[in-house]
Design a protein around this ligand. Structure first.
Ligand SMILES: O=C(O)c1cccc(O)c1O
Ligand SMILES: [Fe+2]
Length: 285
């Protein structure tokens, strides 16, 4: 039975320096801190109570959480994964509280990255109270490192319900809804999160953040530019422990009935139609 993912829900990051990462997530990225603790902190970027978090640990151990519709779908997902030989564990009470979800299961994707499927991410009555005027409207997609994009694409599109929107060389952009993509599979010799995308309200927010990031000497690793694939205008920058963050605006929505996947060449103009060149190893051609 196909695993029906509704949406991407959260990322959980680890860092040796929670204080520095918190400073970045609030003063630079602009997220709202929630559940402040000494060695652990959650953040929100939209109506959901936790869309990102930092805790003390090894930065290579990232987690991406996806939302499933209900407990029955979660149980079926666990059965499907176990039948395929995946090791599945259920989240404890404490872990569920940290994520603000009612239930979740955890397993490793075929490349070895930790993935969670969760039910009922809690919604806060008000939207996120951003820590600065970043214009963020919400957490939107991740890039996942993939040791074998063909194999991993099979997992996300055949075992789960993702659909290919576009491919840049061997890099597929996968959608879970009408939004052009929620997952990008980035060929690399490792696993886990390659980048975290937040949508912003307008191109002014992208430019304003570009200026602020430059003033704070945050490394800009791509852009400002425009993706021909999703149509989004973007800027990418580097956060703590080398994690890449992206702000973008204007990601296209696709019509499920009529949309056909497209193949782009693996070259700079497939990543940016304005002529910017990525300073990101895995996107360099
Ligand atoms: O938005 C996109 O199309 C896109 C393409 C390549 C890589 C990305 O991170 C993207 O967000
Ligand atoms: Fe992206």
């Amino acid at each position: 039975m196909t695993i029906n993912i509704i949406d991407i829900a959260y990322t959980r990051l680890k860092t040796p320096d929670v204080a520095a990462a918190t400073d970045f997530a609030t003063r630079i990225l602009g997220l709202e801190p929630v559940d402040r603790a000494v060695d652990r902190l959650s953040f929100r970027s939209d109506s959901r109570m936790s869309t990102m978090s930092y805790e003390i640990g090894d930065p290579s151990e990232t987690i991406v959480g996806f939302e499933l519709a209900n407990g029955e779908d979660l149980l079926n997902a666990a059965k499907t994964l176990e039948a395929l030989g995946y090791e599945v564990c259920y989240g404890s009470h404490e872990e569920r509280e940290q994520r603000h979800v009612s239930e979740f299961i955890a397993f490793r994707d075929p490349s070895g990255g930790r993935i969670e499927f969760a039910v009922s991410p809690q919604i806060g009555g008000n939207g996120a109270q951003l820590s600065r005027d970043a214009g963020i409207t919400g957490f939107s997609h991740v890039g996942l490192f993939s040791r074998d994009p063909d194999r991993d694409e099979h997992f996300w599109t055949q075992i789960c319900n993702a659909r290919v929107s576009d491919r840049v060389g061997e890099l597929p952009l996968l959608r879970l809804s009408q939004i052009h993509h929620s997952i990008a599979l980035v060929p690399a010799d490792r696993c886990g999160i390659q980048h975290i995308n937040h949508q912003v309200q307008s191109i002014d927010d992208v430019q304003r953040s570009y200026a602020l990031l430059s003033q704070h000497k945050v490394p800009i690793v791509f852009g400002p530019g425009r993706h021909p694939t999703s149509g989004a205008r973007f800027v990418y920058f580097e956060g703590p422990d080398g994690m890449v963050f992206e702000y973008s605006v204007g990601v296209r929505e696709v019509d499920e009935e009529t949309y056909r996947e497209r193949q782009f060449g693996f070259e700079p103009k497939s990543f940016c139609m304005w002529g910017a060149t990525p300073k990101i190893k895995e996107l360099s051609t």
